[in-house]
Design a protein around this ligand. Structure first.
Ligand SMILES: Cc1cc2nc3c(=O)[nH]c(=O)nc-3n(C[C@H](O)[C@H](O)[C@H](O)COP(=O)(O)OP(=O)(O)OC[C@H]3O[C@@H](n4cnc5c(N)ncnc54)[C@H](O)[C@@H]3O)c2cc1C
Length: 451
């Protein structure tokens, strides 16, 4: 019924031995939840979180890939109801040809709806559309008692706001109703703007965010001096209408590349990254326009399957921070200086402006600027470095994203998430025995060590 497996998140750090179950039916899932087998349980969607949020070392992981059916669709209002294990890719492939798209999407389509809700994911449109929870009308939650509760802004509202972004700790999201957006093409009109430094990048976000549904910037984290924070902004809107004359929008399937083996972690070193950054920055013409397919705009990394293997056997840590508007310029400047001085450049570095905070008790975004970075785990020295980064983040009242984390200290986490006590209270009410617990929740002290 289960297999013992060494398993990691997308960053392959940490890797832990878990008891892995793949229930097929609701009755099996309920039985597993109600079964008093001395192990904690946590849901796992498609394992695209980077750290230990969907891990349960020495305990049980419930894989929800079999719960992936579409349940209903109201075409007039664009309301889709589907099971928690449904992949965003499946939703796009079925609904985009009919003129509907996800209201919010992360940078990969290989995530499940349940996993996306449990991290309350954000996309390139956060400044306008907020997090995914903004577009979830209601969800059905299988709780520790075996009861199935409908949660929405009106019904079990406290539990709704604890579940969105609640990293699986309130129960299992069996299904959700989500409002899709209507589009008339499968392409995005993109405007590329170059910023010679961080100050200019902030200016460009400020002046253009209201004009574009989507905005994101690639940032050169090795640039120094007057060029510190030089970036390329990629601002996009859905193209107004498709070239097709039929009622269906054409989706082109693209060839996927594969990284066949774990690459030596030395591949991504300061020299190769500096070379790449120079080439990449200069490959864009300031003010140029392009119309590109949705896949290339939203999911550039999905074109290389297993790209996580580029970081080597020991894995990597993705570090995503948000700084509030008042401190974000100073905080990011200090962080970029620290990065360029360190021998730890990040191969991928993404900058984005965020819109308003929502009521999710553990949701990550608030108004300000976010930066995402990747660091390979070559040796133990990465950990004190990240601790220093955390201290820097705290000094500027920033916060780290749990979907990416695997190293945060409980006290630092507590200081970053002021609604934690409220979350714990609701968790205790809905799961008094603390059945739902993960490696992350124990590491961060959200749940205790023993039942
Ligand atoms: C290339 C890449 C780009 C990304 N870009 C972004 C981005 O732009 N914005 C962003 O916000 N995130 C981004 N992410 C992170 C990713 O969107 C989230 O980690 C997402 O939650 C992963 O979904 P999953 O289905 O793989 O869930 P998992 O990683 O398997 O699980 C994530 C969490 O959800 C819980 N969970 C899973 N299914 C359920 C369920 N049915 N019920 C209750 N809890 C459940 C798990 O317990 C765990 O706590 C990116 C990740 C990658 C790899």
């Amino acid at each position: 019924m289960f297999r013992k497996e060494k398993i990691g998140g997308w960053g392959n750090y940490p890797v832990e031995e878990c008891f892995v179950y793949r229930p097929e039916k609701l009755s099996d899932l309920k039985e597993l939840v109600e079964w008093q087998d001395d192990t904690y349980k946590i849901s796992r969607g498609n394992g695209r979180s980077y750290g230990d949020t969907a891990l349960n070392g020495g305990h049980s992981l419930l894989l929800l890939s079999k719960f992936n059916r579409f349940l209903s669709f109201d075409a007039e209002r664009g309301i889709l109801e589907c099971e928690g294990g449904t992949m965003l890719e499946e939703i796009i492939e079925f609904f985009l040809p009919k003129g509907y798209f996800l209201p919010v999407t992360p940078g990969t389509k290989y995530v499940t709806l349940g996993g996306a809700i449990a991290n309350d994911v954000h996309g390139k449109n956060h400044h306008k559309a907020g997090c995914l929870s903004e577009h979830i009308l209601d969800l059905k939650l299988l709780t520790a008692s075996g009861e199935i509760l409908t949660c929405s802004r009106e019904q079990n509202a406290d539990l709704f706001w604890a579940t969105v972004g609640g990293i699986g700790l309130t129960g299992i999201i069996l299904s959700a109703r989500m409002k899709l957006i209507q589009v008339s093409s499968t392409t995005i009109d993109v405007n590329y703007l170059k910023a010679t430094n961080l100050e200019e990048a902030f200016e460009l976000f400020r002046h253009h965010d209201h004009l574009y549904d989507y905005s994101v910037a690639w940032i050169d984290c090795l640039a120094t001096g007057d060029s510190l924070g030089r970036s390329v902004l990629m601002l996009g809107n859905h193209s107004p209408s498709s070239e097709t004359t039929s009622n269906f929008l054409p989706i082109k399937r693209k060839r996927k590349w594969k990284v066949p083996i774990d690459m030596p972690s030395s591949l991504l070193n300061p020299l190769t990254i500096k070379g790449f950054n120079h080439f990449y920055y200069h490959s864009f013409k300031d003010g140029s326009h392009k119309t590109i397919d949705y896949d290339s705009y939203f999911y550039p990394l999905d074109s290389i399957l297993n790209w996580n293997r580029l970081y080597g056997k020991k894995g990597f840590i993705q570090y995503q921070v948000v700084f509030p508007e008042e401190t974000s310029f100073a905080g990011l400047t200090e962080m970029l200086k620290k990065l360029s001085q360190s021998k730890r450049p990040s191969f991928l570095a993404v900058l984005k402006s965020f819109g308003m905070e929502n009521k999710g008790l553990l949701s990550f975004p608030f108004k300000g600027h976010t930066l995402a970075l990747d660091f390979p785990v070559k040796d133990q020295t990465i950990f004190p470095f990240l601790k220093e980064m955390d201290e820097l983040v705290l000094r500027y009242n920033g916060r780290i994203y749990l979907a990416k984390d695997s190293v945060l200290h409980p006290d630092t986490f507590k200081a970053m998430y002021p609604k934690l006590e409220q979350f714990k209270k609701i968790k205790k009410e809905v799961d008094p025995k603390g059945i739902f617990s993960s490696s992350m929740s124990r590491r961060l002290g959200i749940t205790g060590d023993c039942q």
